[in-house]
Design a protein around this ligand. Structure first.
Ligand code: NDP
Ligand code: PYC
Length: 339
């Protein structure tokens, strides 16, 4: 039976609508296009915790004056394999696109290069940042820190952000192998979605304001905190992300920035780290075939799917049928755009 309260928008139409929202809330036209494509791509791929669900947060952060939608990033060439970008208090993605051409030039010259972005706001998924590198034949790893909402293993005070890491590699005969995961037991966005929809979380994901374990997403959002995934092991990944994304880039730690003077601010003001590698330097001409081979072995051994498979299936459906949006969400977006 057809879902009467769902519409299906082509990707390009969703991009135009989101672009209009960003522009209506003070973002420059070039930055608006980049952010709109990023957000629409998340919705298209079913990365729903970072798709259109985030538009209200983007808008309230912009309206609060916390993030500069007009920021013009500054790219610095700081070594044969090192590019630094100051996002100047703007969103990370325009800073990333400003630094990317020089980064790729250096990877081609030297085999490996780092891109260190600082003073930046990242409010999205990371896979859109790394997947295109693998489509161009490179291996890429990226990490970003966010806002302090994760208690260290055995600790009592939130220090880490939800701090995702994403990795992408070319894979022969298929879309690149890509994973993109928070170092918390669950992304903050998914806690917000669970609270809105009235779902309990699985045990072991968070604590309430008294530090007691809870499965109630509202208790986590209301003064509680999240836990790292996998106990002390996820804890070390979260700490590594703080080191790479903030200490190394010159950005803020997740607990270091003060947004209290900007009512409505939601976008974390931190940094982002990338390392990109030319796999041909490894001396193995069959690198992409080797990657495909290990992925096949994993599936033959019984794993039912690999990271990225769900996204690509969702993308394929959206490419044929359009991106499904509830009429209610579509109307909310139109109203944010001022239409
Ligand atoms: P998930 O736990 O949903 O997924 C993590 C990874 O595991 C994905 O690559 C996913 O692939 C894969 N995966 C999920 N289930 C399976 C399975 N059964 N078998 C094999 N692979 C699987 O992601 P998180 O909740 O940890 O993070 C969600 C998003 O939130 C990420 O995109 C992350 O970048 C973003 N985020 C952003 C932050 C920021 O500061 N900007 C902070 C924290 C998170 P697939 O996508 O195909 O399902
Ligand atoms: O989902 O944890 C999250 C998140 C933090 C910042 C952007 N997304």
């Amino acid at each position: 039976m057809a879902e009467t309260n769902t519409i299906h928008l082509p990707y390009s139409e969703l991009v135009s609508l989101l672009e209009a929202i960003f522009i209506a809330h003070g973002v420059s036209t070039s930055n608006a296009r980049i952010l709109a494509e990023n957000c629409a791509g998340c919705e298209r791929d079913g990365s729903l915790s970072h798709g259109i669900f985030r538009m209200a947060g983007y808008v309230s952060s912009l309206d609060s004056g916390w993030v500069d939608g007009q920021a013009v990033p500054e790219v610095e060439d700081v070594g044969p394999s090192f590019v630094r970008v100051d996002a100047k208090g703007g969103f990370t993605q325009p800073a990333f696109f400003a630094g990317k051409p020089l980064l790729i030039e250096k990877v081609k010259q030297t085999g490996v290069a780092v891109l260190a972005i600082r003073r930046s706001h990242h409010f999205s998924a990371l896979w859109p940042d790394v997947e295109p590198f693998a489509e161009e034949g490179f291996v890429a790893l990226s990490a970003v820190n966010s806002m302090a909402c994760v208690v260290p293993y055995g600790g009592t005070k939130a220090v880490f952000g939800t701090n995702p890491v994403a990795f992408a590699s070319p894979r022969a005969g298929k879309a690149p192998f890509v994973f993109d995961q928070a170092s918390s037991a669950i992304a903050h966005g998914d806690v917000q979605i669970a609270a809105r929809e009235g779902h309990e979380l699985k045990p072991g994901m968070g604590v309430d304001r008294d530090g007691e374990p809870t499965t109630d997403p509202k208790a986590i959002l209301d003064g509680g905190a999240l836990l790292p995934f996998g106990g002390h092991k996820g804890n070390s990944i979260a700490l590594m992300v703080e080191i790479l994304s903030a200490a190394l880039t010159g950005g803020y730690f997740s607990g270091e920035f003060d947004w209290s003077g900007h009512k409505g601010a939601q976008t974390p003001f931190t940094g982002q780290f990338f390392v990109v590698i030319d796999p041909e330097r490894g001396g193995n001409d069959a690198f992409a075939e080797r990657v495909a081979g290990i992925c096949e072995l994993v599936l033959e051994a019984g794993q039912d799917r690999l990271p990225g498979d769900r996204r690509h299936l969702t993308r394929a459906r959206a490419t044929t049928d359009g991106i499904p949006l509830s009429v209610e969400n579509y109307e909310k977006l139109r109203s944010l755009s001022g239409a």
